[in-house]
Ligand binder design. Sequence first.
Ligand code: ASP
Length: 338
Amino acid sequence: MARARNLPALVAHGGAGNAGPGAERTERRRGMMAAIRLGAGILRANGSALEAVVATVAALEDHPLFNAGYGSLLNSEGNVEMDASVMYAEPVVSDSARRGKRPDRTHSHDADYSVSAGAVAVVSRVRNPIILARAVMEHSPHILMAGPGAENFARKVGIRLVRPEEMVTERARERWRARKQQSGILGAEAAARAAIGHGTVGAVAVDLHGAIAAATSTGGVPGKLFGRVGDSALIGAGTFAHAFGAASATGQGEAIILTALCREAVLALADASPTVLAREAIAEMIDATGAEAGLIVIDRRGRIGYAHNAASMQVARYDPVGGVQHLWLEPIATARRP
Ligand code: ASP
């Protein structure tokens, strides 16, 4: 029987967290739509899933209303420190395919795909951390590089360095000042709880050739300490891609790391559809940690799923049947299971 296919497909998120100022919603929607159209254009033109997720995430990094790249929130010291990661699962062309036979794509174990990944943590001097993460994947023997070493590597591969102040928006500075005041009144811990942020960005895609990619980028969580690294820099936690599909997460990074959220979700694609398992993965994360997070998932057929338990989460999606769409997602029920 022929398998249902929905290739190519792309879904992006603009972070899970508080609802944010109502006045910004129209512009945030516009930013997401512009980014998804860019990625969709790449897929329609037969471009790769990797190109599509990196272009989508880079466009969101450039937008000042998202907490990634330019627009990142500031750490406890008042500086930008960004994390990003990318992962790519590419079908390996078999000998039979090279001889002109169709490659057998019905297997979904690792042997049919080659996977690669790149990530950066606590970088302050690049405009697009996702592009640096991709360079780590493609031009270094490593997967994760951090801080000044990662920035030094950026210069070596021809990525322009900026002054850290150039990454700080007036909006981020104002929010940082407001938070400082609030923590003087409420205490640091209460202020951190009151200020669940939003605006981390991510994308997952499958292209016409069956290649699968995931990318995530963030300025981190409000009130984070100098030097803190979140899930968005960690393969398996904030980003994962594999022969079964791909996932990108957002929300409280420490909980996402503890539950290896994206890897768990992608491996569960062996037994469930993306729609079902995105909800299950978030429900399990709530059971384990009680935290807030969101997840987008795609499977190798291009089927899409998403879920979150925060106040708000924004996604945009593209597939050849539905075209480009934007959604503000309702949270799943947050009651802990017995
Ligand atoms: N997950 C990100 C972090 O912990 C933050 C977010 O998604 O809002 O750094």
